[in-house]
Design a protein around this ligand. Sequence first.
Ligand SMILES: C[S@@+](CC[C@H](N)C(=O)[O-])C[C@H]1O[C@@H](n2cnc3c(N)ncnc32)[C@H](O)[C@@H]1O
Length: 266
Amino acid sequence: MAEPERWQVSTDAAEVYESCFVPAIFAAWAGPVADAAGIRTGNKVLDVGCGTGVLARAALGRVGPEGRVVGLDLNEGMLAVAARSEPRIEWRRGDAASLPFKDASFDVVASQFALMFFPDRVACLRQMWRTLAPGGRLAVAVWAPLDRARGYQMLVDIAARQCGREAAGVLAAPFVLGDQARLAALFAAAGIRGAEIALHEGTVRFPSVKELVRVEVKGSPLAGMLSDDAMEKLAAESERALAEFVVSSGEIVMPLDAHIVTANKR
Ligand SMILES: C[S@@+](CC[C@H](N)C(=O)[O-])C[C@H]1O[C@@H](n2cnc3c(N)ncnc32)[C@H](O)[C@@H]1O
């Protein structure tokens, strides 16, 4: 896989992502990230690494008819699903490392759970800062460390045993920016002064352990990596190990915390 194309999924996986991953994990963060970004009526907002567009849609609800929302992503499958969901948003295909916008184009630049997949994170943060207007605000969400997501830590360990290190690496990759000091250093290296990092607690909720495993595989780059047999083994061991997170309705509810980094441009 070419470097700028990490965490890429097929159109089928993008459908699974929108119908299963987004309600289970990502939708709950769109409000807090939009709040942290301070999006107001009439703002011009850019969502970088927008995926199927859950944050961009939250932004649209806040900017109203006077505003403008652009969602940018590298993945055509994600953008196709996004475009069907909300035609009033401008969906652009592009690389976060070379944003196709003039300097100071936006009042708000926001991004949730994408920075960890950008190969040159400093370059991407520089681009976000460049396209932000003076007086504008940046908000970037990344997952907190794996030790604040115990169920996922267990899933990563099971995947390493049942499916090999590469598969475990895909499951662990989203947590790579969990360390606050490292995260702060990235923003400083991009020339972003006064960035503040706030830790937010959250949870994920899937209908069952089986569904969690299915979605984690079918809605992610694991879709092209695991055989049905490997997936069965992953599901069987997960069913036993993750039983402690299953609530009386049969759903699985696990902790998953995030850092939201914000900065104001002067
Ligand atoms: C885990 S998804 C998050 C999507 C969305 N922000 C959400 O909250 O549902 C990460 C996204 O980053 C995108 N991505 C990865 N590398 C990229 C790059 N270099 N430029 C733009 N988008 C990229 C992927 O295509 C994917 O849609």
